[in-house]
Design a protein around this ligand. Structure first.
Ligand SMILES: Nc1ccccc1C(=O)C[C@H](N)C(=O)O
Ligand SMILES: [Zn+2]
Ligand SMILES: [Zn+2]
Length: 209
């Protein structure tokens, strides 16, 4: 079994969404002060680094993080390379064999410096959601800070996914990952009422003897 870590490193250099809370970890109570242990504190947006969006992020009636079905986040996944494409269309995906994959992870390779927030990112045609539904794919993952354009306010892809009962994983690190099938594990924290949560995302590669 080989485990690929596809999560962003969290520290104060990681680029937050413009205007959102920067990530910070600090030792709040040192071993010297407490007499026994080091104790840290984190300050973060729920949309930092590699994270999931709960439907409540963009829909008042949507599910919150503690209500999300965990089956979505331990799944067979396919990684598809779409690098160089500004628009990822349904048409361009029609020949792709997704087999029993329940998650699709798109490798755009368009966000290389994670300390800088990108101005522009590749976008998805909403038809990609229908393509997912036809194939029984429940989760869309991207190596980008959003599944919609950065400046979008109406968030067509977020809403199309939410309406179709599909789920969102953002900020993956897929630079080193080859196209193919893996097991994805990316569990959100059990934060009551939350709109999103950082995850530790990994791809497990089955090694055959
Ligand atoms: N953190 C934010 C603060 C303000 C406005 C948008 C965001 C987002 O996170 C949007 C992005 N599409 C996301 O779901 O991660
Ligand atoms: Zn998000
Ligand atoms: Zn999002």
């Amino acid at each position: 079994m080989k485990i690929h870590d596809i999560s962003m490193l969290l520290n104060s250099d990681v680029a937050e969404w413009p205007g959102d809370t920067p990530f910070q970890f600090q030792l709040n109570w040192t071993k010297q002060q407490s007499g026994s242990v080091n104790v840290g504190q984190i300050t973060t947006s729920t949309h930092i680094g590699t994270h999931i969006d709960a439907p409540f992020h963009f829909n008042e009636q949507g599910k919150k993080v503690h209500e999300l079905p965990l089956e979505n986040y331990i799944v067979d996944a396919i990684v598809i390379d779409v690098s160089g494409q500004d628009v990822i269309s349904r048409e361009s995906l029609k020949e792709v064999l997704t087999g029993k994959a329940k998650a699709v992870l798109f490798r755009t390779n368009a966000w290389n410096k994670r300390v800088i927030f990108p101005d522009e990112i590749p976008v998805f045609e909403v038809g990609v959601v229908e393509w997912m539904v036809e194939r029984g794919i429940v989760l869309l993952g991207v190596d980008l800070p959003s599944v919609d354009a950065i400046t979008s306010k109406d968030l067509p892809m977020h809403h199309a996914l939410g309406t179709a009962g599909r789920y969102i994983l953002e900020g993956l690190v897929l630079d080193e990952i080859k196209e193919g099938t893996y097991q994805l594990i990316a569990l959100p924290l059990k934060i009551e009422g939350a709109d999103g949560s950082p995850v530790r995302a990994v791809l497990v590669e089955q090694v055959h003897f």
